[in-house]
Design a protein around this ligand. Structure first.
Ligand SMILES: Nc1nc2c(ncn2[C@@H]2O[C@H](COP(=O)(O)OP(=O)(O)OP(=O)(O)O)[C@@H](O)[C@H]2O)c(=O)[nH]1
Length: 358
């Protein structure tokens, strides 16, 4: 029987933005009983001491039943060691992993480690969840590129400490949408901690796919409409070169041209194409095809069973640093203007999609 890769969740967010508080709430929920938690720096991250039995071991069983381990050496080594320990029965079985990064970390190397071998065969990146605190979050993003990147790559954003700001979460949420228009934005506060189910939707930690459904593009569409009506909220001054835009295409696209477009962008500007999430109507292919990248790394494309919200339209969200919408469009136009007349084969016959459809 094939061993399925373990869904792995990345919890990121700037120093003091409330990652541990959120995680501690989730650790108390029954869904978390079969989860391994990895923290970058044990002391620095400070999961509540009373949740953790004192131990010199790398891997610790929390009183809630979860496993907790520290990154000693590289994250890759830690994950592979955890995998082997599980196989050998040295740690109790776990069905999902949550990695809490240090607040100052650029999340991209961690994401890249998860998306490349040997880790990617045994663990798959399920979701990136980013915390942003309401009182100081925007000025932090303004001053620290890592904080901006943490938001840019998020699948879900959690605004914390809204209880400390008079206008609550609203202004922060509006500003964050300019950085990452598709990610659902959630709120958490001591009086109303965010339930895990808000992030997972109808899925569980084991089944929640990295593709967070139609929501991402619906959100992105709303922000695009908002831009048209000049209601866009400027996020900041110093990181103003990070921005987002959505390209839509009503006609079916050719897979080879899309692939050439993505290649060209990544080869020339990989570092600055922070995140791409697209759902595409491809010629000769009934199913919508999902493409995703984080900087230079592309997830394998996969087909969805059906179109989210029933709309057959290609939509691609770009989150970029100093790369304009017109430039990205122009690159695609140039590739398409060199179109060859031959019929495009179905992408489904080209791609190894077995097991990747969802
Ligand atoms: N009032 C309020 N305080 C919060 C909230 N979330 C977190 N805090 C407090 O903010 C401080 C930092 O929270 P942590 O959960 O430790 O933040 P963190 O992101 O894990 O911090 P680092 O590990 O240093 O990066 C703690 O004192 C928390 O009690 C919130 O929603 N409201």
């Amino acid at each position: 029987m094939a061993i399925l890769a373990t869904p792995t969740y990345l919890l990121t967010g700037f120093l003091g933005s409330g990652k541990t508080t959120l995680l501690n709430n989730w650790l108390k929920q029954p869904e978390f009983s079969d989860v391994a938690v990895i923290v970058n720096e044990f002391g620095a991250v400070g999961i509540d001491n009373d949740l953790i039995s004192k131990s010199d071991e790398d891997t610790i069983e929390l009183t809630t039943g979860c496993l907790c381990c520290t990154v000693r050496g590289s994250l890759v080594e830690t994950l592979m060691a955890l995998f082997v320990k599980r196989q050998q029965g040295q740690v109790r079985h776990f069905n999902a992993v949550v990695i809490e990064t240090t607040g100052l970390a650029d999340p991209v190397p961690v994401i890249q480690a998860l998306m490349t071998t040997p880790v990617s065969g045994n663990f798959h990146l399920a979701k990136i969840i980013t915390t942003v605190e309401a009182p100081q979050g925007l000025s932090t993003i303004d001053r620290h590129a890592e904080a901006a990147k943490q938001v840019a790559v998020a699948d879900d954003i959690v605004i914390t400490k809204g209880d400390l700001v008079a206008e609550g979460h609203v202004n922060v949420a509006n500003a964050l949408k300019t950085l990452n228009p598709g990610a659902p934005i959630h709120n958490t506060a001591p009086s109303a901690p965010l339930a895990l189910s808000a992030i997972l939707g109808s899925g569980s930690l084991e089944t929640s796919a990295q593709f967070n459904g139609p929501k991402y593009w619906q959100n992105a569409d709303v922000v695009k409409q908002d831009d048209r009506h000049h209601h866009r909220h400027d996020l900041n001054r110093h990181n103003s070169e990070i921005g987002s835009f959505v390209l839509t295409f009503d006609e079916p696209l050719r897979w080879q041209e899309v692939a050439a477009w993505m290649d060209a962008l990544v080869i020339a500007h990989g570092e600055d194409i922070l995140r791409v999430k697209g759902i595409l109507e491809i010629e000769n292919t009934d199913q919508p095809i999902v493409v995703q990248s984080v900087q230079k790394l592309f997830h394998p494309p996969f087909a969805l069973e059906q179109w989210p919200d029933g709309t057959r339209q290609s939509r691609v969200v770009f989150i970029t640093k100093a790369i304009s919408e017109s430039f990205v469009r122009e690159v695609f136009d140039i590739i398409r203007s060199a179109r060859k007349p031959s019929a495009s084969p179905s992408i489904l016959s080209e791609l190894e999609l077995t097991g990747a459809t969802s």
